[in-house]
Ligand binder design. Structure first.
Ligand code: ADP
Length: 337
């Protein structure tokens, strides 16, 4: 029997190449600040050649969440696809080294391991250009039913809607998780991603595929096509699945913290104090990590969201989306654990 997991994450396995930048570079490259755009291999090479010195970190939104949750003591596994190239080998090593199980075989042919070029502006806001490469090979065959059945929560990236076979892997995981009586969480990933798949994402919320939704406010406003943040949150609070059950929603609002939405009730949780915002890459990912780790420890939703805010607040104070402090120790010092 597969050992029980607190959390299984399905996501795009992407190596992050992070560089500091400025508005002029973003404008010259024609990339809207704060967005995530998909690029092909020639564009990836051109952008890499043009950008400054880089920090290399195994990333991908979901993997960031998996690592953060593992660092907070959750037993975690990650399903994503890399190629059997150098970056793919490094990727698998890093996840395993931090205690995240990575039960997927690397592709032996096809495109190279995925890369995300992250351009960090002077105010800490990040703009991402992603070459999906090997991620596009993630398929239902990579989703081991025993692993999904063993996980109390299966967490899925909205970004999985981009590669067609990954979408099928997503649907398979939802079916198996619910068949085993486990919960399914979705992160909306990016406002532009929501723009691409709005109706399908709303369909997933309403057909009962999703039990827990994570979104930042921009993504939620994109989902409900409104400029009004409060209206978007109220719309989420009204959302029920086909069985009449309210979703649990976690909506992040950068320095304004987060809101927990459940059964028509909306509760605010403040952001954790931050000395200096250096790089906001991974803020939402680490919020989800903290929340899900708190949930796995049996904390209530507000206490879990506070743990999320703590993890997010830490990761934005340095370059890259990996926590650099002992989060359990810090959470204990703050009375959150
Ligand atoms: P995303 O990374 O998905 O865009 P947000 O920007 O909403 O997510 O940030 C997620 C969480 O990170 C927030 O709820 C908050 O806890 C924390 N956070 C983000 N920006 C700041 C900030 N400037 N100061 C303090 N906390 C922040």
């Amino acid at each position: 029997m597969t050992a029980p997991l607190d959390l299984l994450v399905l996501g795009n396995a992407i190596v992050d190449l992070i560089a500091r930048t400025d508005e002029a570079f973003l404008a010259a490259q024609g990339v809207p600040k704060g967005s995530m755009a998909l690029i092909d291999e020639p564009r990836a090479e051109a952008l890499f050649a043009a950008m400054g010195p880089t920090t290399v970190v195994s990333g991908g939104s979901g993997a960031n969440t998996a690592v953060g949750a593992a660092k907070l003591g959750a037993k975690t596994a990650f399903i994503g696809k890399v190629r059997d190239d150098e970056l793919g080998g490094l990727y698998a090593h890093e996840l395993k080294a931090v205690g995240v199980d990575f039960p997927v075989k690397a592709a032996v042919d096809g495109p190279a391991t995925a890369r995300c070029f992250i351009l960090v502006a002077p105010d800490g806001e990040r703009t991402m250009n992603t070459y999906l490469g090997a991620c596009q090979g993630l398929s239902p065959a990579d989703v081991d039913p025993a692993v999904v059945q063993s996980a109390r929560v299966t967490y899925l990236e909205g970004y999985l809607w981009d590669p067609p076979a990954a979408k099928e892997a997503f649907r398979k995981a939802v079916q198996i998780a619910h068949g085993a009586g486990n919960a399914v969480a979705l992160t909306l990933s990016d406002a532009f991603c929501v723009g691409r798949y709005r109706d399908e994402f709303l369909g997933l919320l309403r057909d009962g595929s999703i039990d827990i939704l994570f979104a930042n406010i921009g993504e939620l406003q994109s989902l409900y096509e409104t400029e009004d943040a409060d209206a978007a949150i109220k719309a989420l609070a009204q959302e029920r699945n086909g069985r009449g059950i309210h979703l649990l929603g976690l909506v992040t609002r950068s320095e304004e913290g987060a809101v927990v939405v459940k059964g028509g009730e909306i509760r605010s949780v403040p952001a954790s104090p931050v000395a200096e915002v250096v790089d906001t890459t991974g803020a939402g990912d680490l919020f989800a990590a903290g929340f899900l780790a708190g949930h796995a420890r049996g904390l209530d939703n507000v206490a879990s969201a506070k743990l999320g805010a703590l993890a997010a607040g830490q990761v934005i104070q340095h370059i890259g989306a990996r926590p650099q402090v002992d989060l359990v120790k810090l959470a204990r010092e703050r009375g959150l654990l």
